[in-house]
Design a protein around this ligand. Structure first.
Ligand SMILES: Nc1ncnc2c1ncn2[C@@H]1O[C@H](COP(=O)(O)OP(=O)(O)OP(=O)(O)O)[C@@H](O)[C@H]1O
Ligand SMILES: [Mg+2]
Length: 149
């Protein structure tokens, strides 16, 4: 397993890191965004989408559960399962159909769902002092291609 750690001093740093990651994102990736409430998961997703050229507003999927972005190279699904009350909701909502080799899935609160594909890239965001620490773990060859070395 390959790992990469990076300090993110402020929100702008998180956005910039997301933009850097975007340049390495390929269709088929499943990325877990882990971390406590307010750790910066949505901010990182926003940076990734900016880096992929998406100019519109990037809303938190807290209430909608999923936001879908049709990008030139692939569809990107941004999930937030925080509000799942039943772990089986993933299958019931039909969300499993979104995980295809042609799509990219960013998932906040993956621990709330049962039956998710394993992550190619697991991103852990931890609060540290005023900033954050991002720990990236690649769990597949596709995931490894996201790491900046
Ligand atoms: N590196 C950073 N340092 C300090 N603050 C940050 C950093 N990155 C993001 N933030 C701030 O953290 C706050 C919460 O961010 P965000 O909404 O992205 O968290 P989240 O992990 O998605 O939370 P939730 O679990 O509620 O969805 C925002 O105010 C954002 O500006
Ligand atoms: Mg969020």
């Amino acid at each position: 397993m390959s790992q990469f750690t990076r300090t993110l001093a402020d929100e702008a740093d998180t956005l910039e890191f997301g933009q850097m990651l975007a340049a390495r994102i390929l269709a088929g990736l499943t990325i877990y965004l882990n971390g406590e409430l307010g750790a910066g998961k949505t901010t990182l997703a926003r940076g990734i989408l900016r880096g992929l050229g998406y100019q519109g507003k990037v809303k938190s999927p807290t209430f909608t559960l999923v936001e879908v972005y049709s990008l030139p190279a692939f569809e990107l699904f941004h999930f937030d399962f925080y509000r799942f009350t039943d772990p089986n909701e993933l299958a019931q909502a039909g969300f499993r159909d979104h995980f295809t080799p042609q799509s990219v899935c960013l998932i906040e609160w993956p621990c709330k769902a049962i039956g998710l594909p394993v992550a190619d890239l697991n991103i852990q965001l931890n609060v540290q002092d005023q900033g954050r620490i991002a720990i990236l773990q690649a769990q597949s060859e596709l995931g490894k291609s996201c790491l900046p070395y």
